[in-house]
Design a protein around this ligand. Structure first.
Ligand code: HEC
Ligand SMILES: [Cu+2]
Length: 426
């Protein structure tokens, strides 16, 4: 209808007011006028309506945009990097934010100037392009300014990168070994030297398989957390037993690949107590998403207590190794060791996932002479996913081997003792 109006009413005229119009038959003209008047009336209503709606819409849009901006700020806080818990992480966050601000200023500045130039000097208002090819001044300016900006960014960044690599004068040195799919920690130097344990996913299978609601720290919880004292420089040596993993705790700004055959290092000094969570960040096989990293930062006093408790456990384990156990006792303990170390490949059913992961239920090795089986578990099989489990204690190994020899369809009735394992260690 708007189009109709535009075609018929040129130059502010209306059909009804046009004097002595040139329609051949007056009767037709009156009819036409009547129709046109009605249409005009309706069109006016429509337009008024549209304008009304438009301003409502605009208001709604503005309110919406404001709401979005506010919730954007809230979300940004939520999506931003986790609050830093070390000086390194603080520096990294500062760099991230400073560069972000700089980039936004440059973006708005450059594009704003560009759009304004295009608009203000457009051809339709009579502007002509000025010619300044091979203008040395301009070329120097647009080379020097970006170079200065780059140096402004590179200077503090280089300082932080260099600081990240300075692992000297650590209070504590801990080796972390990535293993499909868990982390092993060995306290090599400093208070707690000699402590070593494996940190495995603690989320129950029922949650993973959807039979139970997922917990708060789903896939971000472990049986043994890495414990370190607050305010002490911790040097982490990273390596791996099988494939490349990567140890990363974002709140500490510490990240380093764990590569088989190589030892790399990284450090952090935690500035806050608390529990900090992360995950392996190098795609490392089927359970890559199931090898969380949990670090508990405690006060110096608590740390000393923790070290004491660990040492007592170690002493007890050493004592346990000299004992002879009943089959039932070994089997019960072995079931736990199996659940923590072997299910990922050989499955709870003992059926494995052939052809890659062989079944242990009915396996000739498991049912054969115990020494061959001990060797398989203790030293692993080269070039297969079956790695060495030498890092497990003699009691644990004796227990898990006894378990596999006397579970599912297997019933050798034979107990493997810690002393048997000790004898096979090289
Ligand atoms: C990362 C996967 C993985 C894990 C974890 C694992 N295994 Fe294995 N295991 C294998 C593979 C693969 C083989 C087959 C090796 C080969 O081809 O020689 C194997 C072979 C074996 C064999 C020999 C079976 C046979 O019939 O040849 C035994 C025994 C065994 N594993 C026991 C264990 C025990 C006990 C554990 C836990 C402490 C364990 N494995 C954990 C992957 C794994
Ligand atoms: Cu990994």
């Amino acid at each position: 209808m708007l189009v109709f109006r535009l075609i018929f009413l040129r130059h502010g005229e209306t059909i009804g007011e046009r004097p002595g119009h040139a329609f051949p038959a007056v009767r037709h003209a009156t009819d036409f006028e009547r129709v046109a008047r009605r249409i005009r009336g309706r069109t006016r209503e429509k337009i008024a309506g549209l304008i009304g709606e438009g301003s409502m819409m605009l208001k709604k849009l503005l309110v919406g945009a404001l709401g979005l901006a506010l919730c954007g700020v809230a979300m940004a806080a939520d999506w931003n990097l986790q609050p830093a818990a070390s000086k390194l992480a603080e520096d990294i966050h500062w760099l991230h934010e400073a560069v972000m601000v700089l980039v936004v200023i440059l973006f708005v500045g450059v594009f704003g100037f560009m759009f304004w130039s295009c608009y203000a000097h457009r051809k339709s208002v009579g502007h002509k392009a000025s010619q300044f090819h091979e203008n040395t001044t301009v070329e120097v300016i647009w080379t020097v300014i970006p170079a200065i900006i780059l140096v402004l960014i590179a200077w503090p960044v280089t300082k932080v990168v260099i600081a990240q690599k300075d692992t000297s004068q650590a209070d504590l040195t801990i080796k972390v070994t990535g293993i499909q799919w868990k982390w092993a920690y060995d306290y090599l130097k400093g208070e707690g030297e000699g402590i070593s344990f494996v940190s495995t996913l603690a989320t129950p299978r029922a949650q993973i398989e959807g039979r139970e609601p997922k917990g708060e720290h789903y896939l971000l919880e472990v049986d043994n957390e890495l414990v370190v004292p607050v305010g002490k420089k911790v040097r982490m040596l990273t390596t791996a037993a099988d494939v490349i993993h990567s140890w990363w705790v974002p709140v500490f700004g510490a990240k380093q690949d764990a590569i088989p055959g190589f030892i790399r290092d990284i450090w952090f000094t935690p500035t806050k107590t608390g529990t900090f969570r992360s995950q392996c960040v190098e795609l490392c096989g089927k359970d890559h998403g199931f090898m969380p990293i949990v670090v508990r930062v405690v006060s110096q006093d608590e740390y000393t207590k923790w070290v004491g408790a660990q040492k007592t456990l170690l002493a007890k384990a050493a004592e346990d190794e000299t004992k002879t156990y009943a089959l039932a006792e070994l089997k019960a303990r072995g079931e736990k060791v199996y659940a923590a170390n072997c299910v990922a490949c050989h499955q709870a059913s003992g059926k494995g996932t052939p052809p890659v992961f062989p079944p242990l239920d009915g396996s000739k090795v498991v049912l054969g002479p115990k020494d061959a089986q001990i060797d398989t578990v203790l030293h692993g099989r080269t070039n297969t996913a079956m790695q060495s489990f030498a890092r497990l204690g003699n009691v644990e190994l004796a227990a898990v081997i006894t378990f596999t020899r006397n579970n599912w369809g297997n019933s050798t009735g034979e107990a493997v003792q810690p002393a048997d394992i000790k004898a096979r260690r090289k």
